[in-house]
Design a binder for this molecule. Structure first.
Ligand SMILES: *Cc1c(COP(=O)(O)O)cnc(C)c1O
Length: 494
């Protein structure tokens, strides 16, 4: 440690310590030693709450800071050591560190697939499968029939084939990895043709031109930002072309005078070419069900894309599929086999918990009747207004009961939710909100901060000076938790 927090008082007598006035020296000498602080009354409550090494570390760190202040400060203004103030700062430090790990968040943003909040909450069946896989051993790469080594994602591949009609499937760490593997395996040393309207950045530095380069291929751009024609692709195909890549415009829309070539037209274009390039489509969200069932706009399903003749389709496990973080590659057997043999696969493969969660989520997709109730992402997207309104009324009433002074500041309102996570870009989904206008003396930012740092954390959004809590992404059993957090946020002192 470089901040001196591990030193004890004897360090003060080192010859290289800066020269101090007599007052500073005596104030430094008067500081209690670490052992007296940690074993004294002031630390007792902290030790009941936090592990001793953590308390000790926080005391040392703050004591070092006090010493630094004494050495740097003006001799005339040296205060006496204030033990309660000292421990208040130590507690604040420990509390802050407690917030630093992965904590449960109540998502009241209305963004169903909020990437910063971990995207899809898993179905109960998937959670159970993860726990079971995590607890003990599993036949991860072991064929129980023969007692020999088996394929890591064998069971998941079966399910994916059944659900999408694909010949073969492969699972990797996320969709970014799926695209990288597809390009590395099929296009390294050659060319990848992409429309200028689809040179997407997804965020978190996933940019198509970079992924093509990282895959060892050369990017050939065709068309313009707003219009790309089949003839543009046709003219770009050379003996070096390995892949025609289509990318879903996940987080933007090009409107107006536009035109794009569907991947099936590309598939038809290359079908009768010798040594034809592969047509790969990065579908982004990739749903297995027709979302029109839930009153949402049509998104091509993975099965639809394969039926249209696309060679390989890649998509995420934790977007509209509602499963764990994963990337799925489905399509022609010979192409998938090539990717399976690629050395990069070892670095991109998933663990047993991911496979367990993905298999359980896929199994739920086999039963369309249960699917919407069982998979939280689909359940949240499909909720009707009556359910949202009932939840909002409950939240308003429970909050008003816990903090009667807040009743006049709470209002039911209508607004919009989003699928988020690069799914259904631009689609506004009508929702019901609770809007909180801040009571006198409290800013909306401060209320939002207190909710974020409560246990569990509650995250909403701020609009026009009000805190908005969207009922679409909130579960019924989270309503009492939000009510409690709201009541505490407006009564506790800053
Ligand atoms: C979301 C998305 C990705 C990245 O997927 P991850 O699973 O987050 O790695 C890649 N391409 C498109 C088109 C996407 O929408």
């Amino acid at each position: 440690m470089h901040d001196g927090s591990m030193r004890d008082l004897s360090d003060l007598h080192r010859p290289d310590a800066p020269a101090s006035t007599a007052a500073t020296s005596s104030a430094l000498r008067a500081l209690p030693p670490v052992h007296r602080l940690v074993d004294g009354d002031g630390a007792r409550a902290l030790l009941a709450e936090f592990p001793r090494p953590a308390v000790l570390g926080a005391i040392r760190a703050h004591l070092a800071a006090v010493r630094r202040q004494l050495r740097d400060g003006a001799a005339a203004a040296i205060p006496a050591f204030d033990e309660p103030a000292f421990f208040a700062i130590v507690r604040a430090d420990l509390d802050r560190r407690r917030l630093a790990g992965l904590r449960r968040v109540v998502n009241a943003t209305g963004i169903v697939l909020h990437t910063n909040l971990g995207r899809a909450p898993l179905a109960a069946e998937a959670v159970d499968a993860v726990a079971e896989a995590a607890r003990g051993y599993a036949n991860l790469e072991y064929d129980l029939e023969s007692g020999r080594r088996g394929a890591r994602d064998g069971a998941v591949e079966e399910l994916l084939r059944e659900l999408t009609g694909a010949e073969a499937a492969l699972v990797v760490n996320n969709n970014a990895a799926a695209v990288l593997l597809a390009l590395s395996g099929l296009a390294a040393g050659g060319e990848v043709v992409v429309s200028r309207g689809e040179l997407v950045e997804i965020g978190g530095s996933f940019r198509i031109p970079d992924i093509v380069r990282q895959g060892g291929a050369r990017l050939v751009e065709v068309g313009t930002t707003n219009k790309t024609r089949l003839a543009d692709y046709e003219a770009a195909i050379t003996a070096d072309t390995r892949v025609l890549l289509k990318v879903h415009q996940s987080n933007y829309r090009i409107v107006g005078f536009t035109g794009a070539v569907p991947a099936e037209a590309l598939a038809a274009l290359v079908r009768n070419h010798d040594g034809a390039p592969a047509v790969v489509e990065d579908l982004g969200s990739g749903t297995l069900v027709d979302l029109r069932r839930f009153g949402l706009p049509y998104e091509p399903t993975v099965g639809d894309r394969l039926a249209a003749g696309i060679d390989l389709v890649t998509f995420s496990g934790d977007k509209l599929l509602g499963g764990p973080q994963a990337g799925v590659i489905v399509g022609c057997r010979d192409l998938v086999d090539r990717l399976r043999r690629h050395p990069l696969l070892r670095a991109l493969r998933v663990d047993k918990m991911t496979l367990a969660a993905l298999a359980a989520t896929l199994r739920l997709h086999l039963d369309p009747e249960r699917l919407v109730r069982a998979v939280p992402v689909l359940r949240m997207l499909a909720q009707d207004e009556a359910a949202l309104r009932a939840r909002a009324v409950r939240l308003r009433d429970e909050t008003a009961a816990a903090a009667p002074g807040l009743a006049a500041h709470l209002r039911l309102d209508e607004g919009v939710s989003y699928a988020g996570g690069g799914s259904l870009p631009g689609t506004e989904i009508a929702t019901v909100l609770i809007a909180l206008s801040p009571p006198d003396g409290l800013s909306v930012d401060e209320i939002a901060r207190r909710l974020r740092t409560s246990e569990p954390a509650v995250v909403g959004r701020i609009e026009a000076g009000c805190l908005l809590l969207d009922m679409r992404t909130v579960a019924d059993d989270e309503v009492p938790e939000i009510a409690r957090a709201l009541a505490a946020a407006v009564v506790t002192a800053p």
